[in-house]
Design a protein around this ligand. Structure first.
Ligand code: NAD
Length: 271
């Protein structure tokens, strides 16, 4: 089943008849959007979709080589790579400078989830690192884009939270706390800046097939945690499916939506 969107390019229908990605030509024309975590997974798929829909992307990632390689697949100037660590203010200053005069949108996608220690074994170092990248990084870059958005009287910010940002989760403690923080930041910023024309929303993925590891008790085959999810959809989501949810909220399609935390999880959060 393929949906024809106004101005879009009709893709080939797949043999299985499954929904396929529908790029809407020009949805981001004339827009400049910053995307973090753009070298891989969900961030890369999001940056790619924005660029293919006519936007200019300031692509941010700590992984300089992968970022350069990705940007090189687009026409000169469409995807502007800025190797940066979202926890470092000097790096974020370079990101803002690279965006130039206008910043229409920001997708805070960069994140880590590589420690699954129980709380009593979580070191200060792990805590500070995970909270620093997943939460403080989102705060710092959002803070940095707001002056230009306030000046323009418009803007859209989409933060990538997680199912772990909505309820207790098998993911690491620092991770779960960081994503709950992202949800709180999203809601408070939406409340504060909505009246000024700036929307702030979040997407909460369930399981997505990317480089980010799953907690052992989730990834084990047949685990009780994953079983209801597997019954609902045939497998993990793709990065492109998450990019579709993120760009929906980022774009003009989402103009009536502010302060939501949108589960994009195939229905996992229903249980
Ligand atoms: P990924 O590992 O493929 O991508 C994350 C990207 O963030 C990488 O390119 C990495 O280099 C970058 N990054 C890490 N630290 C950084 C830093 N300090 N500064 C700049 N960039 C940095 O993983 P993904 O699955 O695409 O994850 C994207 C987001 O989605 C994360 O916030 C993650 O928590 C969230 N998420 C993922 C899943 C999933 O199942 N994959 C589920 C829920 C939420």
């Amino acid at each position: 089943l393929v949906l024809k969107v106004n101005g879009g390019v009709m893709p080939e229908e797949t043999e299985s008849g499954a929904w396929t990605e529908q790029v809407t030509a020009g949805r981001f024309s004339g827009r400049t959007i910053i995307v973090t975590g753009a070298a891989s997974g969900i961030g890369r798929a999001t940056a790619s979709r924005i660029a293919r829909e006519g936007g200019t992307v300031v692509a941010v990632d700590i992984s300089a080589d992968k970022l350069q390689e990705f940007a090189g697949t687009f026409p000169e100037g469409q995807v502007v790579p800025v190797a940066a660590d979202v926890t470092k203010q000097d790096d974020l200053d370079r990101v803002i400078a690279a965006a130039g005069d206008r910043i229409d949108g920001l997708a805070n996608v960069a994140g880590v989830n590589d420690d699954f220690s129980p709380l009593h074994e979580t070191s200060d170092q792990i805590w500070d690192r995970v909270i620093g990248i997943n939460l403080t990084g989102v705060f710092k870059l959002t803070r940095a884009v707001l002056p230009k958005m306030l000046e323009a009287g418009r803007g859209s910010v989409v933060n990538v939270a997680s199912e772990a940002g909505i309820r207790g989760n098998a993911s690491g403690n620092a991770y779960t706390v960081s994503k709950h923080g992202v949800v709180g930041l999203t809601r408070s910023a939406a409340f504060m800046y909505g009246p000024k024309g700036i929307r702030v929303n979040a997407v909460a993925p369930g399981g997505v097939a990317t480089g980010i590891p799953f907690p052992p008790n989730v990834s084990e085959a047949g685990s009780a945690r994953l079983a209801p999810f597997q019954q609902m959809i045939p497998g993990l989501a793709t990065a492109e499916q998450l990019a579709a949810s993120i760009t929906f909220l980022l774009s003009e399609d989402g103009t009536n939506i502010n302060g939501v935390v949108l589960p994009s999880d195939g229905g996992w959060s229903v249980q």
